[in-house]
Design a protein around this ligand. Structure first.
Ligand SMILES: O=P(O)(O)OC[C@H]1O[C@H](OP(=O)(O)OP(=O)(O)O)[C@H](O)[C@@H]1O
Ligand SMILES: O=c1cc[nH]c(=O)[nH]1
Ligand SMILES: [Mg+2]
Length: 211
């Protein structure tokens, strides 16, 4: 597993506003969207491209375009949905699959309640979106879904990660695939309820309310 922590003053500034408990949903959503766009720039650094001949008003030349098959972006519902627009803004030709996962707050096990993904992901670059990587249970289960369908190149885009979750992910993935994790920050630890500290609370609730 490769970890990339975005080191940029704009990311740090926006993340601080996001963490603040006084930041209400409308601003929270806007900031998640902005942060993802900044992270997407790094997350797509290795997106596969191919030469593309074009004619400019001046001459013929060979440029670059994103190669087929187009990348697959997969938001993990609910909270990952808040990251989808920001990601597809930079990758408008990507296809989008969906995974609905909820962490059982007692057992901390990730339960899948929705799944809409192409059956065959061999040769596909996949981008998983989930703001929080806490125990790692949700992300490991999501990556396993993609690997079972043949994906071998997976980038997870998260806002916050806990060191505990990163360790679980590293051990669970092993040598099976090239997994990259792009995060805005790695926080201190998990608390007794497996919430990220200092964190930002429940990302899904802060985006969409506690339904
Ligand atoms: O690393 P883990 O310990 O598995 O926890 C992280 C998961 O928990 C949150 O989702 P939640 O289950 O709250 O669902 P929601 O997005 O619908 O709020 C978060 O969005 C991650 O998906
Ligand atoms: O801190 C946390 C941990 C899991 N899920 C969240 O939304 N926040
Ligand atoms: Mg939640």
């Amino acid at each position: 597993m490769r970890l990339h922590v975005a080191d940029h003053p704009l990311v740090a500034h926006k993340l601080t506003v996001l963490r603040n408990e006084r930041t209400a949903s409308p601003t929270f959503r806007l900031l998640v969207d902005e942060l993802v766009t900044l992270l997407a720039y790094e997350a797509t650094r290795e997106v596969r491209t191919e030469p593309h001949p074009i004619t400019t008003p001046v001459t013929d030349t060979v440029g670059t375009r994103i190669a087929d098959p187009q990348p697959l972006v997969v938001p993990i519902l609910r909270a990952g949905l808040g990251m989808l627009d920001g990601m597809t803004r930079l990758l408008p030709t990507a296809e989008v699959g969906f995974l609905g996962m909820q962490r059982d707050e007692e057992t901390l096990e990730a339960i899948t309640y929705a799944n809409r993904l192409p059956d065959d992901l061999s040769g596909r670059q996949c981008f998983l979106l989930d703001p929080m990587l806490a125990t790692g249970g949700t992300l490991v289960a999501s990556i396993n879904y993609l690997l079972e369908r043949g994906a071998r190149d997976v980038t997870a885009v998260c806002l916050l990660a806990a060191p505990e979750g990163l360790k679980v992910l590293e051990e669970a993935i092993g040598e099976r695939a090239d997994v990259k994790v792009v995060v805005a920050a790695v926080d201190e630890r998990l608390d007794e309820n497996a919430y990220i500290v200092p964190g930002l609370g429940d990302a899904g609730d802060r985006l969409y309310g506690s339904v």
